[in-house]
Design a protein around this ligand. Structure first.
Ligand SMILES: OC[C@H]1CNC[C@@H](O)[C@@H]1O[C@@H]1O[C@H](CO)[C@@H](O[C@@H]2O[C@H](CO)[C@@H](O[C@@H]3O[C@H](CO)[C@@H](O)[C@H](O)[C@H]3O)[C@H](O)[C@H]2O)[C@H](O)[C@H]1O
Length: 317
């Protein structure tokens, strides 16, 4: 049977997975599935600021280098995640009480250093992550509060200067439906493009609950695509109340197919990334009490109906 990456390659799109450093290093069942099925990888945590620069000026590149080297050895592209985010910031930065101009310098240095190190090895960056509240107002963050919304355009410009070939994204969750949050992002994207800011795509994280893939998702992605932007599903998982019943697993399979078709069915869909491979390693149970089973493979790396749904969605024939 054709693998997920076989289908994706035939379409010229990416099928990616978020990768955890532990199993990447020491679990052959994990890398066997990763390298057989996926032509793109995203660092689940090791390219975040707290992991890369735990203390100011001293960098910890080992895990990120490992992922980039693994991807290169297995002909996989790398999505960079993430440069300017409110979360997973090192304590020296969170508690540094820096002035606005100091923060500007610090953010630019982080982008120059990180994007510069992986120049030409990362095809797409989540430059800015999770900037909006559910009602469309700007989320409170170190960057928003101290620098104002202008930090978004600056981060995009600095990243573009550091790696002109990389596609630059704004990434968020709960923007898959046509709602106040996606409306606010749509307005921001239009303004950035009008100002000539190098924005190339929108990342729809797509952390869904079974049976709740938004019916307005395809039309919503289409309106962003109509701006000339790429659209990508960047963190797909579909959580189920556990233990999952066979009915829910069948619904989850349909949801994976629908979600992937909602992207692949509009122009400039660059790809679909699932936020993990196996239910054995998923952020869901630790965050959503009583939920889990969100990914295409079960705890012992057996493909679930979800895998078949994703495969059917990707299948170009
Ligand atoms: O929250 C889900 C998505 C939403 N969109 C953005 C995306 O980046 C985010 O990913 C999740 O982002 C979460 C943090 O915000 C990650 O969770 C962190 O994952 C980290 C690495 O495993 C954990 O850090 C480890 O924690 C351990 C025990 O607490 C320590 O022993 C380790 O040293 C430390 O690295 C953090 O506690 C834990 O909070 C999840 O794995 C990751 O899947």
């Amino acid at each position: 049977a054709t693998t997920l990456r076989g289908h994706a390659d035939a379409r010229g799109v990416k099928i990616g997975a978020a990768v955890a450093d532990g199993p990447l290093q020491n679990e052959s069942a994990y890398t066997a599935v990763l390298d057989r099925e996926f032509n793109s990888v995203t660092a689940e945590n090791v390219m975040k600021w707290d992991a890369l620069e735990p203390s100011r000026g001293s960098y910890n590149w080992a895990a990120a280098d490992r992922l980039v080297a693994h991807a290169s050895a297995h002909k996989q592209g790398v999505r960079g995640h993430t440069l300017a985010w409110y979360s997973q910031l090192p304590s020296w930065l969170k508690n540094g009480n820096f002035s606005a101009s100091e923060l500007n310098t610090i953010l630019k240095k982080h982008i120059d250093t990180t994007v510069g190190r992986y120049k030409g090895k990362i095809y797409s960056w989540d430059v800015v992550n999770e900037t909006f509240n559910e009602d469309g107002s700007m989320r409170s963050s170190l960057w928003q509060n101290k620098l104002g919304t202008g930090y978004i355009a600056n981060a995009l410009r600095w990243t573009h200067a550091a790696d002109p070939a990389a596609k630059l994204y704004i990434n968020d969750y709960n923007i898959e439906a046509d709602n106040a949050k996606s409306d606010a992002l749509y307005a921001l994207a239009k303004q950035l493009l009008a100002d000539g800011v190098p924005l190339h795509g929108i990342g729809f994280q797509s952390h869904f609950v079974v049976g709740q893939v938004p019916s307005s998702m395809k039309a919503n992605l289409k309106r962003f695509s109509d701006l000339g932007l790429e659209v990508s599903i960047t963190e797909l998982d579909i959580r189920i109340p556990t233990p999952a019943s066979s009915t829910e697993l069948a619904q989850q399979s349909t949801d994976y197919k629908t979600a992937s078709e909602n992207c692949l069915g509009v122009p400039r869909c660059a790809g679909i990334t699932v936020w993990g491979i196996t239910d054995k390693y998923s952020w869901v149970p630790g965050t959503f009490n009583g939920y889990g089973a969100a990914l295409p493979y079960n705890e012992s790396y057996a493909a679930k109906p979800a895998y078949t749904g994703l495969s059917k969605g990707l299948d170009p024939t």
